[in-house]
Write a protein that binds this ligand. Structure first.
Ligand code: SAH
Ligand code: SF4
Ligand code: F3S
Length: 496
């Protein structure tokens, strides 16, 4: 057996197993429609010689992009003959689909990989894998080779469609098999997905990000922005509608820039086209960057009846100097003006955001600007984070004088303010009847159903699971900070 690690280090891994490692610069990005049969033809290693299936388990971290990639990889593994496993102990392939956006998520993954090592003694056929955004980091690749050599396979975010070949190589190798392209070769179409939900579905419209916010690793782990062709998006949504999905979420790191690279369509036009699909129910999209949130886009959201009244609009900070150092391209004033325009055009809109505290150079006064912006905007919800320096991002080199204690204190103070606002906004809904799309049963009480309003508020109410996938009207009786409790007041006739 060739020494794959050595080949990988020398950038010659492809000589070993037809794999590639490191720099890969296909240009321009191509659209490739894959035939699943072709992808797995030579790699049906999901079954033992006696025909019994191996079992896989994917542990997913991070954003909806990753959740959706897991659906694609599950589709590939099933096509290879694998079956899903419901526990670590029963699995023959455990894959970590990782997130690199903050350091603590990475530490957790390495902890888990260490914890699972003894399982390899119990099941000699067990393969451990690491993919997703962490796999794109050279520091992580090195760490795996040096400190976690019992990881069998590492592959990057641009190599997902190569999973059958990579896994087959891993089965034949004693060493870690690594395939990480640093650029996307193509937008990969037509790989079947195993969707984890039957009511809601994610549809990628754009991959990568070009914004290069100075704290963020995503442009390095996901590559440059690539939009999917509108026909591919529309066809996928049509199929989902035909299969009975009620809610479609269009996914991208910066959806407003959808189509900029294609030059033939804007995000507003795509929204209108998806809105026109016959039988479509709800359309969501995430994430929007405040920059390039055009009047045309606001009009499209306001006018398209199927596009819901919820915009996730990450602000990150309320202080202009910090925003400038973050390379966010928007200012506090621009953001507030945008919020006003959106609220005028879409009166009941729900706005949520992401905020980072403790960015290098954030003074108490700068942090107070964030608090005042949060009070002024009155977000429905905010995802708040302590700044985490990331490998090779510009901000990692900025002098950081804010102590961890101070950062934690700011996070606590920010959350206190936001929780009060969320509760007050939810309390204003008391007695109101809202339209809920039923998603399923509550995890803790099977007599309680969960669903969401168009504005993405989580609603819990007593009801029967036969309502799953239907719209029901629910009167809000007990609003809380993170959810609304209520009673069903009307139920659509079930047509049998
Ligand atoms: N594309 C999205 C964000 C994707 S990352 C956007 O631009 O809005 C999700 C969130 O993680 C970001 O909005 C930011 O608030 C947070 N985040 C990203 N990098 C971070 C870092 N280095 N430290 C702490 N939080 C970070
Ligand atoms: Fe990261 Fe900024 Fe791109 Fe969002 S827009 S993914 S925060 S670089
Ligand atoms: Fe994390 Fe990668 Fe998403 S870094 S947030 S999983 S794009």
């Amino acid at each position: 057996m060739e020494n794959l690690v050595k080949l990988a280090r020398e950038g010659r891994l492809e000589q070993g197993l037809g794999l590639t490692f490191g720099t890969h610069r296909p240009n321009p990005v191509e659209r490739v429609a894959y035939d699943i049969e072709e992808l797995v033809r030579d790699y049906r290693v999901g079954r033992r010689a006696d025909g019994s299936p191996y079992r896989f388990l994917i542990k997913t971290y991070g954003c909806q992009m990753n959740e959706h990639d897991t659906e694609v990889m599950s589709g590939l593994l099933l096509a290879m003959g694998y079956e899903q496993s419901d526990s670590d102990e029963n699995a023959d392939f455990i894959l970590f689909n990782t997130c690199a956006v903050r350091e603590n998520a990475e530490a957790k993954v390495f902890g888990e990989i260490g914890r699972l090592r003894p399982l390899k003694a119990k099941n000699p056929e067990l393969l451990l894998g690491l993919c997703g955004c962490m796999a794109q980091e050279q520091g992580v690749q090195k760490m795996v080779l040096e400190k976690f050599p019992w990881v069998d396979v590492v592959f990057g975010t641009h190599n997902i469609h190569r999973l059958p070949a990579i896994l087959t190589a891993a089965k034949q190798s004693q060493e870690t098999v690594m395939e990480v392209w640093d650029k996307a070769a193509e937008t990969v179409e037509d790989i079947p997905k195993v969707r984890k939900d039957s009511v809601r579905a994610w549809v990628n419209i754009q991959y990568g990000c070009n914004k290069f916010c100075t704290y963020c690793i995503v442009p390095y782990t996901r590559g440059r922005e690539r939009s999917r062709e509108p026909e591919d998006v529309i066809n996928e949504v049509r199929e989902l509608v035909a299969a009975g999905y009620k809610e479609i979420t269009l996914l991208g790191q910066n959806v407003n820039d959808y189509g900029v690279d294609l030059g033939t369509i804007t995000f507003a036009q795509l929204l209108r086209a998806v809105n026109d699909i016959e039988g479509i129910d709800r359309i969501r999209f995430t994430t929007s960057n405040p920059w390039n949130f055009t009047d045309d886009l606001i009009a499209a959201i306001a006018e398209c009846e199927h596009v819901v009244e919820h915009i996730h609009l990450p602000v990150q900070s309320g202080n202009n100097e910090i925003l400038r150092r973050m390379n966010r391209t928007h200012t506090r004033e621009y953001y507030l003006q945008l919020v006003n325009k959106i609220r005028k055009a879409i009166p009941d809109v729900s706005l949520t955001t992401d905020i980072i505290v403790g960015f290098p150079g954030e003074t108490e006064a700068a942090f107070q600007d964030t608090l005042s912006l949060v009070r002024e905007v009155q977000f429905d919800n905010a995802f708040t984070f302590i700044y985490s320096p990331r490998e090779n991002t510009p901000a990692a080199k900025f002098a950081d004088e804010v102590t961890l204690e101070e950062k934690k204190d700011r996070l606590r103070r920010l959350n206190d303010v936001q929780y009060q606002i969320s509760l007050a906004r939810n309390q204003a809904l008391k007695g109101r009847v809202v339209e809920v799309l039923v998603e399923g049963e509550s995890k803790t009480n099977r007599e309680v159903l969960t669903g969401r309003t168009r504005t993405n508020h989580l609603v819990l109410f007593p009801g029967d699971i036969s309502l799953k996938g239907q719209h029901v009207d629910v009167e809000i009786t007990n609003p809380q900070t993170f959810l609304l409790k209520g009673q069903c007041v009307y139920r659509e006739e079930v047509v049998s």
